[in-house]
Design a protein around this ligand. Structure first.
Ligand code: SF4
Length: 316
């Protein structure tokens, strides 16, 4: 079975209707964030590789875009860091040339953006969504658990350089974990970094469904609003909360056949998100979206385990 490089379209709070293009095999990443929705990084790396021939990815993209789907964005994202793909620039240019009517975006942790060649490859994109959770090296180790060669100061320098070279919008995501990066000291240094990076906006996120480590909890509306207030008083750009808050309306409809497939898999065998993705032949990010929705609808339970959270269908 070939790797599922395309997923969705999915409804995304940040991007509207987004078609995901995943150019990285499962969990190759320079970071191993404690909140990662696709669990622990099993290939902690900074080496860019040609994981798939560009033609293989492009032919899958063409197959979908040739049907003229209604999309807000075609988004490079997935269960790893897309800038690790050494042919990323080539794939971006080809899609731009062949399908100029679609806007292209990337979700990136920014860890490789201090390399001028990586920045150059992503300049043709219509939107860049990098992350920065802290400026403190100790907190960076606690939250993002980076590859030993990645320093948070380099990550920040890369973002500042990107802003100088890229004229399109940059939406900077900060993932808030109460007790780790919401102190005045943390937020003060983040606000200084934001003023140097000058993104077009800052988006505050929080845990939506179990992350790589079970002890990470959602920050809660009060904490998020407090962080928003603190940063808004100190930075020159809008700061918005993108984390799901309890009053949010559900955005996602699960096709009944997909719900049936997931129910069948986890009814008798509690499974991790990765196991469900393998058994269902869905992309892991799609499975993540569906599990989040099923959890909101109280149809599944989540249990901690050594290999990560296990999803269990609730017996009626
Ligand atoms: S959240 Fe993103 S950057 Fe962090 S480990 Fe997961 S894929 Fe890598």
């Amino acid at each position: 079975m070939s790797y599922k490089n395309i997923f969705g379209p999915v409804h995304s709070r940040r991007l509207g209707i987004s078609l995901g293009v995943d150019v990285i095999p499962y969990k190759y990443c320079p970071l191993n964030c404690v909140y990662c929705e696709v669990l622990r990084t099993n290939h902690l790396t900074i080496h860019r590789q040609e994981f798939f021939p560009p033609e293989e990815i492009l032919s899958k993209v063409r197959e979908v875009l040739a049907t003229n789907p209604e999309l807000d964005y075609v988004t490079f994202s997935g269960a790893g860091e897309p800038t690790l793909y050494s042919k990323l620039g080539e794939v971006i240019l080809s899609i731009k040339k062949e399908f100029p009517q679609y806007k292209l975006a990337i979700l990136t942790n920014g860890a490789l953006l201090n390399h001028p060649s990586v920045r150059k490859e992503i300049l043709p994109l219509d939107l860049i969504l990098p992350s920065l959770d802290t400026c403190n090296p100790e907190t960076f180790k606690k939250i993002n658990r980076p590859h030993p060669s990645i320093k948070v100061s380099d990550l920040i320098s890369g973002l500042i350089a990107l802003r100088k070279e890229y004229s399109g919008p940059i939406w900077l995501e900060i993932f808030i974990i109460a007790g780790l990066n919401d102190s005045e000291e943390e937020l003060e240094s983040l606000s200084k970094a934001i003023n140097r990076i000058q993104p077009d906006k800052v988006q505050l996120n929080s845990l939506d469904r179990p992350g790589a480590e079970f002890w990470v909890k959602p920050a809660g509306t009060r904490v998020l609003r407090e962080v928003q207030r603190f940063l808004s008083e100190r930075v020159d750009v809008p700061v918005e909360i993108i984390a799901r808050i309890p009053s949010d309306k559900d955005e996602l409809m699960i096709p009944p056949e997909i719900e049936g497939i997931i129910a069948k898999i986890i009814n008798d065998h509690p499974s991790t998100v990765e196991e469900i993705a393998k058994a269902s032949e869905l992309h892991i990010n799609e499975v993540s979206h569906y599990l989040r929705q099923l959890h909101l609808e109280h149809k599944i339970n989540i249990k901690p385990s050594e290999k990560g959270p296990l999803f269990v269908w609730k017996k009626s």
